[in-house]
Ligand binder design. Sequence first.
Ligand SMILES: [Fe+2]
Length: 289
Amino acid sequence: MLTRRRFLRTTLLGGAAAATGVYAWRIEPHWIEIVRRHLPIRGLPDALAGRTLVQLSDIHVGRRVDDAYVIDTFQRVAALAPDIVVFTGDFISYDDTVFDRMARVYRYLPRGRLATLGVLGNHDYGHAWSHPEVAARVTEALAPFGLVMLRNEVKDVSGLQIAGLDDLWSHQFSPERGLARLDRGRASLVLSHNPDSVDEAGWDGFEGWILSGHTHGGQCKAPFLPPPLLPVRNRRYTSGEFALSGNRRLYINRGVGHLLRVRMNVRPEVTMFELCGEAHSTSSEQGDD
Ligand SMILES: [Fe+2]
């Protein structure tokens, strides 16, 4: 027989589970955190000190990510008036209607005053990450909105060299080509979607920061524990900052979008870096709703 105490306990537990589910589905996936950090770069030209670089990643425009949420995020980034904007891949989750959606959403793509650059992720290569024609279309669709896609290429932005490496899982990653034109004596920064790419051969003495995404921070995790699901070989690469061999540092952004719409203890992220010379080596971190 259902006692009053058991009834209350069952009701409370059921209510808590339902509230947690609603939170993880309706609230947290759209509760963007603007993470502010310093980005110390050796040899940074004086003119770039104090300038801002916003990193956006894993937007995943498609059926599972709310268009209005992405547009709102883009407008919030534009309001920050960043000097440089970089996208670290997974612009879309591919389906045959995604290009119409792209045209509607990426119309609001926030641009940097000095540059707006991106690299491709595995999802930008369509099904099984194996359709270069989809990646070409993604690249073409974004160009009218001011985004320059770097496909194993380097772009000089007011004396800062930004190298963009193509995607690892779609077998387009080529640090040999992408880093070949970097002048090692000058300030540089690398964009590469998949954090596992840092452990591939071909980095050839590159020192400095690599900005990546891809993991979404695992999307869900228990407090104080690593996320159980991560699409990386090296499970150390969750989110945030990591020291690497060869004087390299990695930053993994948790992404704006999602695959399944569920996030728990892993809020979506926009990173707002302030560029500084390497002497300024303390990187601060603070959230801002
Ligand atoms: Fe992604």
